[in-house]
Write a protein that binds this ligand. Structure first.
Ligand SMILES: Cc1cc2nc3c(=O)[nH]c(=O)nc-3n(C[C@H](O)[C@H](O)[C@H](O)COP(=O)(O)OP(=O)(O)OC[C@H]3O[C@@H](n4cnc5c(N)ncnc54)[C@H](O)[C@@H]3O)c2cc1C
Length: 507
């Protein structure tokens, strides 16, 4: 191998996890190369300008989605008509709905403080429909007044769900990792009242993207509440439960990538890693495919794979790892989602909801052929960030979790997309007529590893590969806590800490 091509660290993939590790390794003075198969950074947290889709065409857009475990089962009108009619001009579209947990005041903030990166975010409060009534979620120590009356009249300890984690420690979170939200609520007097449990279910799905509360790990939620959400609200660092990056989510990734390069890192875009090289249980480097054809070997002391763990075995043979461990990793399941966006010519949604992230756990009933009743949350993203829609138009973005298997089923997904439009029409009469266009990107890996009671948190992939010296993992399929992108960032902080020996405060 050519010495000039020997690196301290090679990171495969410039998703949130890979960018986090690469940025921190460069900051510590390690000679770091970040290799990304796409022409841009961000991974699943990627952004397209409407004009790009118009200029490059639907084949390009579909192939870009495909690289991020996503596809387009449905569009109204057809994508072809949308492109011919230049309907997407002036819109900014993330791969799907991309709300940022705590409006960036979680692990994103930790990384930005370390690197001097970061972008403006606009926060929002959240609300929940239970049946046809909607309530504001618990925020800044207060319940919606109607919920406050309800819990006082019925003596329901609802606040316990939000505050119990503050008194817990590491071993308490570990012990609760295998306990479901439903079970914990049953054990704590929070299951019987339909409205109270409905709201807890909705918040739990928002945090984990799993529809079924019997499957959601309460320990994973409490670890994030106890160590990040609650302390940051109490200290005033966090003001909102969620928010959007102004100008699209990729601006955050781009900002981290820019700092990485300023710190001396090298970013190689549009290069796919074909193989991670291992000899006698030790990392040697990687092989990349050159865009013009041919291959190149790149030597490294440390290699970090940001590829979701289940797919890592496409570039590194399973035989390098303990067999049982590799089988378990390959079979960890993720959770998918339909992430619709609508270009709207007017807002028929009540004005009181414009600044609110709204959600409902019963948007599509299970009886329509799904594994569980389907939840959805939605925001008028253009209210938070007017730059994402052209003047006089509005962008509504949403996500509805579905299982990995459902996400790949064309007929089921078309049916689900149509049922989502019917739901929104029922909720907001006139909605159907307010749609200029609707796109329904669907992903089978919104969360790379679903935070279920059988595989959350410490049960995910470790940052250090067993059996191979010098190989590491980072991203949302790796041990790390919190909501999707923030979880990928947490895993990146833990991974970087293992390589650099620095303590970034996440373990
Ligand atoms: C539709 C949708 C909606 C979402 N909504 C939200 C949301 O509202 N809030 C939220 O927090 N999260 C959301 N997420 C989840 C979030 O995007 C992910 O959790 C997060 O971006 C994962 O980051 P990562 O670093 O783990 O992995 P990835 O983003 O998957 O990064 C992996 C990177 O590796 C690259 N790569 C893969 N193979 C190779 C190779 N062989 N060579 C070179 N490069 C390679 C990929 O191109 C990619 O850039 C959503 C995801 C989707 C798909």
């Amino acid at each position: 191998m050519n010495d000039a091509q020997h690196w301290d660290v090679v990171v495969v993939g410039a998703g949130v996890g890979g960018l986090t590790v690469a940025g921190l390794c460069a900051k510590e003075g390690l000679k770091t190369l970040l290799i990304e198969q796409c022409d841009r950074v961000g991974g699943r947290a990627m952004t397209f300008r409407g004009e790009e889709i118009l200029a490059n065409g639907q084949k390009w857009y579909r192939s870009m989605l495909g690289k991020q475990y996503s596809w387009l089962p449905y569009a109204t009108p057809s994508l072809e008509k949308m492109i011919d009619g230049k309907m997407l001009a002036g819109y900014t579209l993330d791969v799907g709905y991309h709300g940022v947990s705590l409006s960036g005041a979680g692990y994103f903030q930790d990384l930005d403080a370390l690197l001097g990166s970061g972008v403006a975010m606009k926060g929002n409060v959240n609300g929940t429909y239970v049946g046809d009534a909607w309530y504001l979620d618990f925020h800044a120590g207060k319940f919606d007044p109607r919920i406050q009356t309800l819990i006082e009249d019925n003596r329901i300890p609802f606040a316990k769900f939000y505050l119990a984690a503050s008194k817990m420690k590491g071993e308490d979170f570990d012990a609760l990792e295998k306990v479901s939200v439903t079970q914990w609520c049953k054990d704590n007097g929070l299951f019987e009242h339909k409205t109270v449990f409905g709201m807890i279910h909705a918040v739990s799905t928002l945090i984990t993207t799993i529809n079924d509360p019997d499957d959601i790990s309460i320990g994973d939620i409490f670890r994030y509440m106890g160590t990040v959400i609650n302390p940051r609200f109490i200290s005033g660092k966090a003001k909102y439960p969620s928010g959007f990056a102004i100008g699209g989510i990729m601006r955050w990734s781009q900002s981290v990538a820019n700092r990485f390069v300023q710190l001396g890192g090298r970013l190689l875009l549009a290069h796919k890693v074909e193989e991670i090289l291992i000899e006698d249980g030790r990392i040697q480097g990687v092989v990349v495919a050159e865009p013009a054809g041919g291959h190149r070997k790149i030597g490294a002391n440390h290699v970090v794979s940001n590829i979701p763990i289940q797919s890592t075995f496409t570039v590194v043979a399973k035989s390098n790892f303990p067999a049982q461990w590799a089988d378990r990793m390959e079979n960890l399941y993720g959770y998918g989602s339909i992430a619709p966006y609508f270009g709207l010519n007017r807002l028929v949604i009540p004005e009181s909801q414009w600044p609110v992230g709204v959600k409902d756990v019963l948007v599509i009933p299970r009886s329509e052929g799904f594994a569980h009743d389907i939840y959805m949350c939605w925001n008028i993203q253009s209210w938070a960030d007017p730059s994402c829609a052209p003047g006089g138009k509005h962008l509504l973005t949403a996500y509805a979790p579905v299982t990995e298997k459902e996400a790949r089923d064309k007929n089921l997904m078309v049916k689900a997309c149509q049922l989502i439009v019917s739901y929104l029409e029922r909720r907001y009469p006139g909605f159907r007529d307010s749609i200029d266009w609707g796109l329904f990107p669907t992903s089978w890996k919104l969360e790379g590893v679903a935070k279920s009671k059988t595989q959350a948190g410490t049960l995910k992939a470790p940052v250090k590969a067993p059996g191979v010296q010098g190989l590491y993992f980072a991203g949302d399929t790796v041990k790390g806590y919190g909501v999707a992108m923030d979880c990928a960032c947490a895993a990146g902080l833990i991974c970087a800490s293992t390589i650099t020996g620095q303590d970034y405060g996440v373990h």
